[in-house]
Design a protein. Structure first.
Length: 255
C-alpha cells in the first residue's frame, strides 16, 4: 500500500476530483509509493518570489517522481484550448511549471521527474488530443489501472538537464517536503525545569513564613510574592486554626 504524506489535510472543502484520485491510489497502489497531496511552495528567482501548489506528487524510488495536476468537473477542448465549464484553464503548462519548481526544491537530483494532468471524470478520444497531452494525460478510463498508467508515463521520461545531485532517496524527499522539527519541545522542557527551580525557591520562602509573624519579601513584578501569600493563606485555612494575614505588595519600577 502507498504511504500518504499530508493525508490529514484532506477535508470537506477538498475538491471531489482529488478525493477520487486519493481513494483510487489508496485502494490499488502497491508498496514503494510515497504520496504527497497538496504541497504549497515559494521559490525565488531574479524577478522575485513565486508561489505555487502541486495537487499530487507520486514518488517511487524505482520509477521516479510524477507531478499530477488534477482537474474535475466538465472538461472540454476547443481549438486547442482547455476549459473547465466556461473557464479557460491551462493545466498542462501548470503541471510543467510545477515539475521544474519541484526539481529546484529537491536540489536537481538525478531522478526522473515527469508531469501529468488528470481528468478523473473526463474522457476525450486519443485522436482528438493535442500534442501536449497525448502521452501525459490520465482520464477516467485510466483509473481502473492508475498505477500502471503512472509507471507508463514515468518510463518515457529522462533525467532533467543540469541535474547535479545523486538520485534522491525516500528519506531525503520526505526530509525536504515534509520536514520535522523537535527543538521546540526541548525548549519547553527547559522552560519547565526553570519553572520548577523557581517554585522551589518560593516554597523555601513559604517554609520560612510559617514560623514568622512579620517578614519583608522583596522581588520584581512576577517573581511570585502574591503567589506565596495566597498559598500561605490556603495552608492556614486548611489547618483549621484561627489566623490573621495582612499582605501589602509593592513593585519597584526603574526608569
Amino acid at each position: 500500500m502507498a504511504k500518504f504524506i499530508f493525508e490529514n489535510l484532506l477535508h470537506q472543502d477538498t475538491p471531489s476530483s482529488e478525493k477520487t484520485i486519493h481513494k483510487v491510489i489508496k485502494g490499488s497502489f502497491g508498496d514503494g509509493w510515497i504520496v504527497f497531496h497538496g504541497l504549497n511552495y515559494v521559490l525565488k528567482d531574479k524577478s522575485g518570489a513565486h508561489d505555487g501548489e502541486i495537487d499530487l506528487i507520486l514518488y517511487n524510488e524505482k520509477y521516479g517522481i510524477l507531478i499530477v495536476e488534477i482537474k474535475g468537473g466538465w472538461i472540454r477542448l476547443e481549438n486547442g484550448k482547455w476549459f473547465s465549464g466556461n473557464y479557460l484553464i491551462d493545466p498542462f503548462n501548470q503541471a510543467m511549471r510545477n515539475k521544474y519548481a519541484l526539481n529546484r526544491l529537491l536540489g536537481r537530483p538525478k531522478t526522473p521527474i515527469a508531469h501529468a494532468v488528470c481528468f478523473p471524470s473526463g474522457q476525450i478520444p486519443q485522436e482528438n488530443l493535442p500534442p501536449e497531452a497525448k502521452n501525459i494525460i490520465i482520464q477516467k478510463r485510466d483509473l481502473k489501472n492508475l498505477e500502471n498508467r503512472c509507471i507508463e508515463i514515468l518510463s518515457d521520461r529522462k533525467i532533467l538537464k543540469n541535474s547535479t545531485e545523486d538520485p534522491i532517496s525516500v528519506e531525503k524527499i520526505i526530509e525536504i517536503l515534509a520536514p520535522s522539527y523537535n527543538k521546540l519541545s526541548t525548549e519547553i522542557k527547559s522552560e519547565n525545569n526553570l519553572f520548577s527551580d523557581f517554585t522551589k525557591k518560593q516554597w523555601e520562602v513559604l517554609k520560612f513564613l510559617r514560623n514568622s509573624k512579620r517578614v519583608n519579601v522583596y522581588g520584581c513584578a512576577g517573581s511570585g510574592k502574591t503567589f506565596i501569600a495566597q498559598n500561605l493563606a490556603v495552608e492556614f485555612a486548611k489547618s483549621g486554626k484561627k489566623f490573621s494575614l495582612s499582605v501589602i505588595t509593592f513593585c519597584l519600577l526603574m526608569y
